[in-house]
Design a protein around this ligand. Structure first.
Ligand code: ARG
Length: 704
């Protein structure tokens, strides 16, 4: 008997599954056998008694889970942090455990009310005493971890639990003697897995299979070389055996029905303090303020969701609810994250939602020099489509050339400070690049409920519409295009070859001819098939009038490419009277600029197709500048390319037969994008009809 080790247990006199607070308890209420539970508990008790001292705390009526003494608190040396149970069903255990610890002379620390922490169920000491692993996500709150670090004076490594079957850290994680670790990696998020891998070398990590995990193999008690658990596969026994551990199985199936096994039923109360390992908690907190129609527009939900999904946790400190329909709300949210890195990733996303630090905490940006041409400092802030401002010398400066996926460069000129978005490849060594998340804010328009509902363009919300509603959306788009044309605005069209294949070519050509389009973006294919139709009457070899494949038609487009190549450019072929109709013809005739971006699958290419993609991106960006509306017609590739370079505020209409493409592209906030799931040829035909109705004075008179 290693009498220096002591455990605390609690006999199952009142044990039963009385309620459901974890997935194991579901369907098991009152399904466990008291006799079998007693027998199984005795089995564990005797195994432990042969190897350590076992203390007992008196079982109490009405708190059946008190058998799980691991949840009494977390002991280190003479200190104990008492549990604060998440569920009210278990809160009744707290005073009994407190009394026991006090009777044994422990110094008892109690967490603030409403800050859950479930003791050694969620906090496990590295067996060498070097640090404390602490779980969060289901029962214990991340904010409790800094208290553990402070009171127990130990480094705390926070691990986020992801699988509700493994709701306590000790259900899927078990540090063993000599620095080994028995654990089930899928129970953790990727950041936590990385942290584990950083601290525990590969040869010491014993990952268990799901089969072992659900048998609670990780819920094991380790005394020196012995590892006691409910059940282990032969494979696991062998692996542990090879590492010098002896596995003792003792059935605990009655307790599995409540979601616990060997480790849960015990609390090691002798945890010696190992000097030299001092308090550090990587856990960070900061407060952000959000203003706007937080509830109406769902902003607060989005913010809280992204904090939790990003691996952090939150506390809403102050919520000022705007009571009138038009009044805005404001909230201060305390964000807690397990590390600085995770904090920055979360805050960067909150900035996208318009979060700012509370006024007393606003600071200037931090910048670092670009280390070489075309390379940003590691921690650079990645821009979004939303108008952004950066704070330099206590002044907010608007970022120019806003687009997503860039870096922000600040410069000081004679006229003061300027800031602009730059693509990585355009950075020059020494450019002052904004890093971290300090001093950055995005300006999100506060749209009221009214605006969201009445703004002519948000009519369909960012929803994706199909079938009958298509007609209504098209009517709106036609109206919008008419307005833009009358006001001398700019409509940019990005189109794929499907426009031609579906018979939309003539309609698009018509729109260009009538001055509705100010720039055309596409790839090699739309131009090829457009001119194939003009020269040979087919599109990818399909006769456009009869809708059937023409013998040898697959050669057509290569003949066309060859012809245009001979003339040197599309414009030349038009001027020479070779191409006499179609989309590109109208572009040339009406001086509508176009850019064709090449890709790996291009035949030819046409002489106009830009195969240098950096140049093609620049051409696109130039043509998009100042756009009021972008029509994206059946080209995932070119449309996403365009979406990436367009700042918020530009209206977008995305038409595709594939809902996935539409959803991906129209996910840009409610007011500015409309998705239409339909055949693009049909869409263009409807659009042309609607525009005609708007134009014809007779029909207009009929409409009013
Ligand atoms: N029914 C108990 C609960 O859900 C089981 C606790 C198991 N204990 C543990 N340390 N994992 O809280």
């Amino acid at each position: 008997m290693t009498s220096s080790i002591r455990f605390l247990m609690c006999a199952p006199d009142h044990y039963d599954v009385d309620y459901v607070i974890n997935p194991w308890m579901e369907g098991n209420v009152h399904k466990s056998s008291r006799d079998r539970a007693v027998e199984q508990w005795q089995g564990l008790f005797h195994i432990l008694k042969d190897r350590a001292v076992v203390d007992l705390v008196k079982p109490q009526k009405g708190v059946p889970d008190m058998v799980f003494t691991a949840n009494a608190g977390l002991v280190l040396g003479n200190n104990v942090v008492l549990s604060r149970f998440f569920h009210k069903e278990r809160q009744g255990e707290e005073p009994f455990f407190k009394e026991w610890f006090e009777s044994q002379g422990f110094t008892v620390y109690e967490l603030p009310k409403d800050l859950p922490f479930e003791g050694a169920g969620d906090a496990l000491l590295d067996r060498e005493g070097r640090w404390l692993w602490a779980g969060y996500g289901f029962r214990s709150e991340l904010d409790s971890h800094p208290y553990l670090a402070k009171w127990l004076d130990i480094e705390v490594l926070s691990l986020r639990l992801m699988d509700e079957r493994f709701y306590h850290l000790d259900t899927c994680f078990c540090p063993l003697a000599n620095g080994y670790l028995l654990y089930y990696p899928p129970a953790f998020d990727s950041y936590s897995n990385r942290l584990i891998e950083l601290r525990v070398p590969a040869e010491k990590r014993i990952a268990v299979s799901e089969k072992d995990a659900v048998n609670f193999a990780c819920n094991a008690v380790n005394v020196d070389r012995v590892v006691i658990m409910n059940k282990a596969s032969d494979e696991l026994k062998e692996r542990l055996g090879n590492l010098g551990f002896e596995v003792l199985e003792t059935p605990l199936t009655e307790f599995l029905k409540a979601g616990g096994a060997a480790k849960c039923l015990t609390l090691r109360v002798t945890e010696p303090i190992i000097p030299d390992h001092r308090a550090i908690a990587a856990v960070e907190s900061r407060v952000v303020r959000m203003d706007g129609h937080l509830l109406d527009a769902g902003l607060i939900n989005q913010a809280l969701d992204l904090i939790v999904e990003g691996g952090g946790s939150f506390q809403v400190l102050n919520f000022q609810l705007g009571e009138q329909r038009q009044s805005t709300s404001s909230a201060d949210v305390k964000v807690t994250a397990p590390s600085h890195e995770v904090m920055e990733a979360i805050v960067a996303q909150l900035i996208d939602l318009g979060a700012v630090p509370p006024p007393q905490e606003v600071c200037d940006i931090i910048w670092e020099a670009a280390p070489q041409d075309g390379v940003a400092p590691d921690d650079f802030y990645v821009t979004t489509i939303y108008p952004t401002e950066v704070r330099v010398n206590c002044e907010w400066v608007k970022v120019q050339k806003q687009r997503m996926d860039g870096a922000i460069v600040v410069s000081e000129t004679a006229n003061g400070i300027t800031a602009h978005c730059k693509l990585l490849r355009d950075l020059k060594q020494g450019d002052r690049v904004v890093v971290g998340v300090e001093g950055i804010r995005t300006v999100r328009k506060t749209e009221s409920r009214e605006q969201r509902n009445t703004q002519e363009f948000s009519f369909m919300g960012s929803g994706v519409s199909s079938e009958r509603r298509v007609e209504l959306v098209v009517e709106q788009i036609a109206w919008e295009m008419r307005q833009i044309r009358d006001q001398g605005g700019k409509v940019v069209v990005t189109a794929g070859p499907v426009v031609i294949h579906t018979g939309g070519g003539e309609h698009l050509a018509g729109l260009i001819r009538q001055g509705y389009v100010q720039a055309l973006l596409g790839g090699n294919a739309i131009a090829v098939h457009d001119m194939e139709q003009s020269l040979m009457g087919t599109s990818l070899g399909v006769d456009m009038k009869r809708g059937v494949s023409v013998r040898g038609g697959h050669r057509h487009h290569l003949k066309v490419i060859n012809t245009i190549r001979r003339y040197g450019s599309i414009a030349n072929a038009v001027e020479q009277g070779v191409v006499t109709s179609g989309v590109l013809y109208e572009c040339v005739k009406n001086n509508v600029p176009f850019a064709l971006a090449g890709s790996i699958r291009d035949d030819g290419p046409l002489p106009d197709t830009q195969m240098d993609l950096i140049k093609a991106q620049e051409d696109y960006a130039r043509l998009i500048e100042g756009a009021d509306l972008i029509l994206m017609l059946s080209s995932m590739l070119h449309s996403i390319g365009v979406g990436n370079m367009t700042p918020a505020g530009v209206k977008m209409v995305c038409v595709d037969i594939n809902p996935a493409v539409v959803t991906k592209l129209s996910d840009r906030g409610s007011v500015e994008s409309v998705g239409v799931v339909t055949d693009v040829g049909l869409f263009l035909s409807l659009l042309t009809q609607q525009l005609e109705r708007l134009t014809s004075p007779y029909k207009l008179a009929q409409l009013v």
